[in-house]
Design a protein around this ligand. Sequence first.
Ligand code: ZN
Length: 283
Amino acid sequence: MRVASVANRLTVLTAEGNPADVARVSNHRFSPDLQAVYERWDEFRDWATDAIPAGRETADAGIAPDPLGPPVPAPRQVFAIGLNYSDHAKEAGLTPPEAPPTFTKFPTCITGPYGELRLPSGSVDWEVELVVVVGRRAHHVKAEDAWEHIAGLTVGQDFSERAVQLAGPAPQFSLGKSFPWYGPIGPWLVTPDEYEDPDDLELSCTVNGEEVQKSRTSQLIFPVPELIARLSAVCPLLPGDLIFTGTPGGVGMARTPRRFLSPGDVVVSRIEGIGEIRQRCVA
Ligand code: ZN
């Protein structure tokens, strides 16, 4: 099942890719509010599976990009993981971590899948990431039970202003990655049952059509179930929370010479089985 925000209303995409407005189809059993649905995720998923013929085909056909918003508009917690692919740890000059380095993207940075990215400086970098959406409160959850607590997966960009991020004396990961529009997600949420193997999806990023990142989520040092186990051992994960799971190698900061985003650049981030998001950079 694919769940989208269309004109700020909770929408399920049918097998043909057409939007089905959940409040109307459910006769207002469910509200149009996307954030609210994660509190009743199991009930909603069971209802939608019966009520809306979702199918498994690619659902890009019938839907225009303009009205799409973030499938999770107001998460209470946004976790993000650094150095979770060994090629990215290597290009950063660091050894792969023994525990997942965790920071937050403050929720005001979350935005929809298509739009502008304002550049406050000349040191903004790209990081395509698989983003996990929590569907059930998770506290002290074991890795083998983790997928039962996940509503679905979406595509995300962990845009990073490197000057702020790396300013001393202690790096400011959370701040440097939380400018407005620095957390685009979408184009929709895809439920775990839609993938042959939800732990092995190709992800890639292009800048102006040139491929700059490409990997598979099977290369994650701490795979999704392990992240749920480790994070929920400390914090209860709440319905509608997000986890940005880390980026593979190929970021601009690690290139020689360094390469950052400029006005006019177009960044496209894709994940197999989900779709793509796209941002155009402006000054
Ligand atoms: Zn990242």
